[in-house]
Write a protein that binds this ligand. Structure first.
Ligand SMILES: *Cc1c(COP(=O)(O)O)cnc(C)c1O
Length: 368
């Protein structure tokens, strides 16, 4: 038996009977840009996140760009970003004409901290983008306190954290804006690209609504140079259905994570660490080992597919060669990139597949 990293077909099959009539209604409605399906999803998602506004956009990268533009980040500004994030976090900053300034994460939670932000502060820094990496929420109360002290805007990259909580509060409204991706592999994934924004600030919400639609409130009247970045109504119809199962699917992920945590506790393997106040949603289950590539190869041999999130840190990408940053500047980002390994943790893993991942990992560790 083989264990795929993520089974999107199984996810679709479970929702098909409920979702297909909804998508068919959207297809037959004659309304194909924004409109009632998108508004329905926006209302439901805002309610789910406990925020007063949700805005559907085309993808997660655009969500980040629009959020930065809406809080006034532009040419010449600096924005603090994690050194170990997916490159989209950095690209959004660059595409606004600003410069990403990396912050090394906490080595155990993989998230940036208030202390890290304080240490990285520099003249010209206007905003910070904490990422709730792997579905583990960052410590938002502490980050908000340091951001207030330095008068920083806070844009959350919540692309991996649909449904996560810090304390009793869901991710979505801690910062000025939270940015979401509905890329198919995300916990709340669509059947193609999609993204969203949540906020409690009515003025920022208003700016973001205009920015996603050519900077226009009224057709052919353009207030600001905006983007064309709108959530598709058919995707919105699907997402409205998927949102209803998000909590139960996240609970299944948590069960898989709990099985792994227990089964691997005695192994010479660095396991994910969850902060006491955090309720993660286990977008990824990421372990660390100095011989990561060998471990991945042994698991593949045993039929267990793994992935690396992420093998090359943004500072070492060709796209950022011009920044001139080296591994010497960001040693933790490099070390994590060399050591992290993501095990399968989708909501459609069977008990037998979970067992196979556990036994394959346990026996692999004996030979490493
Ligand atoms: C997926 C992801 C994004 C980008 O989302 P897209 O919808 O693919 O543009 C941004 N940040 C993080 C942390 C992500 O995981």
């Amino acid at each position: 038996m083989s264990v795929p990293f993520l089974d999107l077909k199984a996810a679709y099959d479970e929702l098909a009977a409920q979702a297909e009539p909804e998508m068919l209604r959207a297809l037959r409605s004659g309304w194909y840009i924004l409109g009632p399906e998108v508004e329905r999803f926006e209302t439901a998602f805002a309610q789910y996140c406990g925020t007063s506004h949700a805005i559907g956009v085309a993808n997660g990268l655009d969500a980040l760009r629009i959020a930065l533009m809406a809080v006034g980040v532009g040419a010449g500004d600096k924005v603090l970003v994690p050194s170990n994030t997916y490159i989209a976090t950095w690209l959004a900053v660059s595409q606004c004409g600003a410069t990403p300034v990396p912050v090394e994460p906490d080595a155990r939670t993989h998230n940036i901290t208030a202390e890290g932000i304080r240490a990285a502060m520099a003249p010209g820094v206007k905003a910070v983008i904490p990422v709730h990496l792997y579905g583990q929420p960052a410590n938002m109360p502490a980050i908000m306190a340091v951001a207030r002290e330095f008068d920083l805007k806070v844009i959350e990259d919540a692309a991996q954290a649909h449904g996560a909580r810090w304390g009793d509060t869901r991710i979505g409204g801690h910062g000025d804006v939270a940015c979401w991706s509905f890329y198919p592999g995300k916990n709340l994934g669509a059947l193609g690209d999609g993204g969203g924004l949540t906020t409690n600030d009515p003025e920022i919400a208003d700016r973001m609504r205009i920015l996603r639609n050519y900077g226009s409130r009224e057709k052919y009247k353009n207030e600001v140079p905006g983007l064309n970045s709108r959530l598709d109504p058919v995707q919105a119809a699907f997402l409205s259905v998927k949102l209803q199962v998000l909590d139960s699917w996240n609970a299944r992920r948590a069960e898989v994570a709990a099985s792994y945590q227990e089964a691997f506790a005695d192994l010479d393997l660095i396991l994910p660490e969850v902060a006491t106040e955090a309720a993660p949603v286990w977008h990824l289950y990421v372990v660390r080992h100095p011989h990561r590539d060998t471990l991945a190869a042994i698991l593949a041999e045993a039929g267990v597919q793994t992935l690396v999130h992420y093998p090359i840190p943004p500072h070492a990408q060709q796209a950022y060669a011009s920044l001139g940053m080296t591994d010497h500047d960001l040693p933790l980002a490099r070390q994590l990139a060399d050591e992290v390994l993501s095990l399968p943790i989708g909501p459609h893993l069977s008990a037998a597949q979970i067992e196979q991942v556990i036994s394959a990992t346990r026996s692999a560790l004996k030979t490493l």
